[in-house]
Write a protein of this length. Structure first.
Length: 185
């Protein structure tokens, strides 16, 4: 606030007075006899005070919003709520967004991108079978050949939506390795 007072108000008003004095000197009059301090000075000071008040209010609002963002919760979540991903068995696109299927069969809206999801989900349990579908190992009973050297997944329980999962050609070898290694442990 001290810097705001010194640099935002006092120095700005002094600069305005110096510029006005220079202007009146170039016009051949004196700043005092021209009536600058009687008429114009109050307008300049009012304008500078108004702008600095707005700047101060904006700064305080931004500081308050930053404090809300930096708040740390007082309570630590219990261990069973710590991993929200353990109930998800599949993530796939629907229209312009994504849907996550839970173990209970419930569908929820998934707000994260595929890249974010892959980064947060454990690689040993989840696999990106094509450009947009992620499946959990627990959902898969097996697989069978499909057309164009792709694989069709056989699910332990069919989804209520009737969604079928197809492993793309590029992912077939990697998927088989992932699927085999998970069950040989």
């Amino acid at each position: 606030m001290l810097h705001q007072l010194l640099w935002g108000i006092i120095s700005t008003v002094l600069l305005a007075v110096l510029i006005a004095a220079l202007y009146f000197r170039l016009r051949g009059t004196d700043i005092i006899t021209a009536g600058y301090f009687r008429y114009d000075f109050t307008v300049v000071v009012g304008f500078v005070l108004l702008l600095n008040t707005l700047y101060l209010i904006i700064g305080l609002v931004q500081h308050r919003q930053f404090q809300f963002k930096m708040r740390i919760p007082n309570k630590v979540k219990p261990k069973d709520d710590a991993s929200p991903y353990e109930n998800i068995v599949a993530i796939y696109p629907v229209e312009r967004g994504f849907v996550a299927i839970l173990k209970s069969g419930e569908s929820i809206i998934w707000t994260k991108t595929i890249e974010q999801s892959l980064h947060e989900l454990p690689e040993s349990e989840y696999f990106l079978i094509n450009r947009s579908d992620i499946v959990h190992r627990e959902l898969i009973a097996g697989y069978q050949p499909s057309d164009s050297r792709r694989l069709k997944l056989i699910l332990k329980e069919p989804l209520a939506s009737g969604k079928e999962f197809i492993v793309s050609q590029r992912k077939v070898v990697e998927f088989k390795r992932w699927f085999k290694n998970g069950f040989s442990k």
